[in-house]
Design a protein around this ligand. Sequence first.
Ligand code: LRH
Length: 494
Amino acid sequence: MKKVIAVDIGASNGRLISVQLEEHKLYTEEIHRFPNQPYERNGYLFWDVNYFFREIKQGLKKFTSVEGNRLLGIGVDTWGVDVGFISREDELVEDPYSYRNTHTAERMKEVHVQLSDKRLFERTGVESASINTLYQLYDIFKQRPELIKETGTILTMPSLVNFLLTGKKKNEFTHMSTTQLMNWRSKGVDEEIISTVFQQNHLPFAEIAATNSVLGKTKLSVNQDVGMEAVSVINVPGHDTACALAAMPLQDDKTVFMSCGTWVLIGIEVEQPVVNEKAYKWGFTNEGTINNSFRLQKNNMGLWLLQQCKKEWEAASEAISYKEADLLIEKSVPFQTFIDPDHHGFFNPDSMVKQIQGFCKDTGQYIPTTKGEILRCILESLALKYRYIIDGLEGIAEQDINSIHMAGGGIQNRRLCQFTASATNRHVRTGPVEASAIGNALAQFIALGEINDLEEARKVVAQSFEMNSYQPQNHANWNTAYKRFCALLTMEEE
Ligand code: LRH
């Protein structure tokens, strides 16, 4: 039996999925799932690496303890931009900072004084966003020089897990492409950024190992903890979005992808980064794909808004299930009030509910009070924003976009899929839900010679998982709503 384990760690939970390839079909089984969220220390948010590494070993233990289960490979993908620091003695210096910290917003402005936003875009193809590694590192250089002094190697998040599994210190292209430190032409750390922003000739990023290749075997201590024989660890695309895209059987080149989770990433595949004025103005970004090319995409707010409201209601002992939430939305009046989901106020507020209400009040709109009204406001606003982005992408890429392929955990919210079809007036196809884990597994099968290439991999996905379809509904009403929504965005700009 040809089974691999995809370790897919997201910013709200992590999972180990076993993926079996049999006669050109994939069979998945969730082995282990655990919550994942940053913890706070002295006002900063950090990731608890030892915790989630224990969970990964726990998952591997569950898998290998089943009679007859043999493992061909392990691959790790995570969310983007966060990095870990390894000492010269090969110890984790301390837990990595989380991109949800808000202090980097100010640092971004300081960096841009030294190297303009535009110049950075030209060199990296990446949109300036305060979450990016560039600004996180700049802050550490300014505030915590001792941390840098102790550091022998910088590894991006999935490569840090690979290091804990194998002892090998190598970075990976797709994840490095999220840092805003990688030059898109050389695919190495950009020298001008290092010399201008950091006044150094070198930053200790580990070198990049080829994507879809075997990195090494699990080390003895891991094998002992898990109770298994050494297993090959594959250098899969480390960035979850790159994995998710690999698992999407896109209909044709007029189809836009949407990778849906805490974030919603919207874009198309391109051979070379699109680094022009329009892409820059719209805040598009070019990040790496499984086969060493790029995806021109926009990083948008996703289910974070819902997750945060639900968390807040839970804390107030008013928890609601997804099903209840959907019923409440059904019962509430459509198109009452909108937010710009990507407004900076929604990045990490103390109370998401109050933040949403505040936004509506400040923009002179109806203030949502019931849970149903708040949830409807979120979902309608998300769908309208996606239309705005997709219409913009048509202009930037100079091509029509006729249909949408949505994948990832977010597609379980069927109402969001339906709203997206209706708001954009485009046909939506969805699947698979575990897109990142499946893309991760496909990369392993490619590395192991079981699947030839991406094209074949996507055919295998299409044969293995059922896809759902959504057609636009009530488009006239959505169109009227869209005009109001655009007026809101213009108001924000002024
Ligand atoms: C989605 C994601 C996204 C961004 C963000 C930080 O999980 O990877 O593409 O990089 O996390």
